[in-house]
Design a protein around this ligand. Structure first.
Ligand code: SF4
Length: 251
């Protein structure tokens, strides 16, 4: 009987310990998040003043062209994409136009954007689906748009936000990833995990503009490979800036 009691006591004790560790971990995570959230708000307030008119840099005349431009922008600068689409979008305007493109010709037309074979395949396939299944209109939900070839969460967030004002996440491109890491908000490399962390730190009302604000700051000051921390208005709030400039600030 005594052995049985001891057995149950041990089980309960171990379970309590596991629960205590679990809840204390959650508490620590919550505390970390709220610390990040406070600093994130301060950083964003400064950067919003610095880049008040921030917006997508890609040029397009309709939602199909927006989708195509975003697909072309993978591993390519927006400047180069705009150079290529200036002529491309005079020729291709609708989903049907892109779906009917000649593969060899289209590959050459977008060649300077890089990964031109895969991009051609994805654009023609996506526009074919949009033409047939969505009556020529870019789908307006995350679930549907993610089924298109070549469309992952970054593209989906950019297109849904700019085409329909639908904000279900944060578009994480190379600038957003670099700045989020340097600012100490994330450590990982996976864009989906970075997006989840940023969504937990920033309020939803800031998600859409955040991408373009960080991109502007990344192009102007927080450049790759070397940031210009000495010119940065948020250096005192950024662990990388504090370290590189030898500041005394703590947060
Ligand atoms: S302080 Fe430096 S690393 Fe931090 S955001 Fe500014 S430029 Fe980037």
């Amino acid at each position: 009987m005594r052995a049985l009691a001891a057995y149950f006591y041990n089980i309960c004790y171990n379970r309590c310990c596991v629960s205590a560790v679990f809840f204390s971990k959650i508490l620590i995570m919550k505390r970390e998040l709220s610390k990040h959230a406070k600093r994130a708000g301060e950083i964003l307030a400064v950067l919003n003043k610095q880049y008040p008119d921030t917006k997508i840099a890609l040029k397009y005349d309709n939602n199909i062209q927006l989708l195509v431009a975003v697909i072309l922008s993978a591993q390519c600068t927006d400047k180069k994409v705009n150079e290529v689409t200036e002529n491309l979008f005079k020729k291709y305007k609708t989903a049907k136009d892109f779906a009917r493109a000649n593969v060899t010709v289209f590959e050459q037309e977008i060649r300077s954007c890089g990964f031109y074979r895969a991009k051609t395949k994805n654009i023609i396939a996506s526009c074919g689906i949009i033409d047939k299944q969505y009556n020529g209109k870019v789908p307006d939900s995350m679930k549907e748009i993610l089924t298109l070839p070549g469309v992952a969460r970054k593209t989906a967030n950019v297109v849904l936000g700019n085409a329909y004002g639908i904000v279900e996440g944060i578009a994480v491109d190379t600038h957003v990833r670099r700045l989020a890491q340097r600012m100490g908000f994330v450590e990982q490399e996976d864009p989906v995990k970075i997006e989840q962390d940023l969504m937990a730190i920033f309020p939803k009302k800031d998600w859409f503009k955040l991408t373009y604000t960080l991109i502007d700051h990344g192009r102007a000051v927080c450049k790759a490979p070397t940031p210009k921390c000495e010119e940065c208005p948020v250096a005192k709030l950024c662990p990388t800036g504090i370290k590189r400039l030898g500041l005394k600030t703590k947060f």
